[in-house]
Design a protein around this ligand. Sequence first.
Ligand code: HEM
Length: 215
Amino acid sequence: MDSFSTLIRTASHEQHVEAETSTFMSDLLGGRLGVQAYARYTEQLWFVYEALESGTEKLASDPVAGAFIRPELFRLRALERDLAHLRGPHWRAGLSALPATRAYADRVRECADTWPAGYVAHHYTRYLGDLSGGQIIRDRAERTWGFEKKGDGVRFYVFEEIPNPAAFKRGYRALLDAVRADDLEKQRVVAECKKAFTLNTAVFRALGEEFPLSA
Ligand code: HEM
């Protein structure tokens, strides 16, 4: 049987393509959107990472999720620096979650509070993606809107404490493979990972509606 890391990756492959090629992402990567769309997207990420990272103290001692709680992954402070750059010092006052973002963050929080293995599905979907495709988004954002390379505006994509993302991802997959759960529970985690992708795609759809390209 395939390893758990292979299983989870294969199961989400189709939805990965869907997320990558969503209208909003394609427009963003194609340099066709203004910086306000990027700022709005960054703001949505704030809500997701707030949900992912606000319960980590408790999760750190959990037998399943604990090994995944690595401070070098934390993104909330980086997002806050990016938002201060994008929106100015009062960024917090104007922060608002789209309904799709609210639903996503609520589900992450629910898993964090009640189902650590489900939380791992959300953890994987975000952080491993950020370490991979996130680097493509960063490069494009720097070129499109002129942010300083790896500086304010794109700090979310810069993992200062992870000098070798490929090695980190290998270690991460080993952690997934070491998760102690029976097959049924693993299937549930895979299903939650698919749900995480669906929740991401819904946020992209909402952003696409908010920032349509004039034909
Ligand atoms: C335009 C947007 C995106 C691009 C260009 C992109 C690109 C990539 C690339 C190149 C990889 C590396 C695959 C490998 O290591 O062999 C990757 C992995 C990954 N991406 Fe994305 N991605 C994008 C969006 C997303 C989104 C929206 C999510 C989910 C929220 C996501 C989640 C993941 C995950 C979880 C992995 C790790 C797969 C694994 O090795 O297990 N990606 N992505």
